[in-house]
Ligand binder design. Structure first.
Ligand SMILES: Nc1ncnc2c1ncn2[C@@H]1O[C@H](COP(=O)(O)OP(=O)(O)OP(=O)(O)O)[C@@H](O)[C@H]1O
Length: 221
């Protein structure tokens, strides 16, 4: 098993309110799968994705990633997993505004302390793959939404992660650009990448072979 969640519960405790975002969630993901996590607003999709992505920790339950017990890892170890094993794609692209497309794509590699020249070579190759080479020296605000999301995908895959997590990756795009992004993700999946996508859109989920429905913090189907 590649990813296994056992009875994951997540409680957010603020000063005055406590809210249970996930309750006893169990999930298994095999290598090479492409999965959609679906459900209404507030059902816990992003919370679940954040836990799978090692961006947040569960309050209780077990998360096992390739045999590793993630709950027992410290911040430094989690950061290493995020950098080396996971590619993230967000609805709002999350590119760094002051950096060019090329610099944005180089970042995960620079963070690994890879030599600059090597980072640049790999980033250029990733941009070429997504037809973005002419955009390499532009900053995010000089690019269309579709181009920005393709830069974000290039950044997500440049370090050859083992899986990709996408939170509403087409949420800010028009239909055509949304389809283009989904085809890119589908092709990455066909090439062997495991992909987990949060979406409330059935047409996006149609690209996935498996769907998980969430309601009030639990998996209902
Ligand atoms: N940081 C937080 N502090 C307190 N409560 C939170 C926090 N983040 C999420 N929640 C609560 O947890 C529940 C699940 O939220 P989550 O964002 O995971 O849902 P979602 O299904 O991703 O929703 P959406 O589709 O609107 O993004 C909601 O009730 C939300 O209000």
């Amino acid at each position: 098993m590649f990813i296994e969640l056992k009875n994951i519960t997540k409680v957010y405790s603020n000063t005055d309110v406590t809210s249970r975002a996930l309750h006893d969630v169990c999930l298994k993901v095999n290598k090479g799968e492409m999965i959609a996590i679906m459900g209404r607003s507030g059902s816990g999709k992003s919370t679940l994705l954040n836990i799978i992505g090692c961006l947040d920790k569960a309050t209780s339950g077990e998360y096992i990633l390739e045999g590793m017990h993630v709950n027992h890892l410290n911040h430094k170890q989690l950061a290493k997993i995020r950098n080396q094993k996971i590619g993230f794609i967000f609805q709002n692209y999350s590119l760094i505004p002051k950096y060019t497309a090329l610099e944005n794509v180089m970042l995960p590699l620079l963070y690994r302390k890879m030599p600059y020249k090597e980072c640049k070579k790999l980033a250029v190759e990733a941009l070429e793959k997504f037809d973005l080479i002419d955009a390499r020296n532009k900053k995010p605000h000089q690019l269309s939404g579709g181009q920005q999301q393709r830069v974000a995908i290039a950044r997500a895959i440049v370090g050859e992660p083992e899986f990709i997590l996408a939170d509403e990756p087409t949420g800010a795009l028009d239909q055509q650009n949304g389809q283009d992004v989904m085809l890119l993700l589908k092709n990455l999946n066909r090439a062997g990448k495991t992909i987990i996508i949060v979406t409330h859109d059935e047409t996006i989920a149609d690209y996935c072979e498996k769907r998980i429905y969430m309601k009030d913090g639990t998996v209902v189907g």
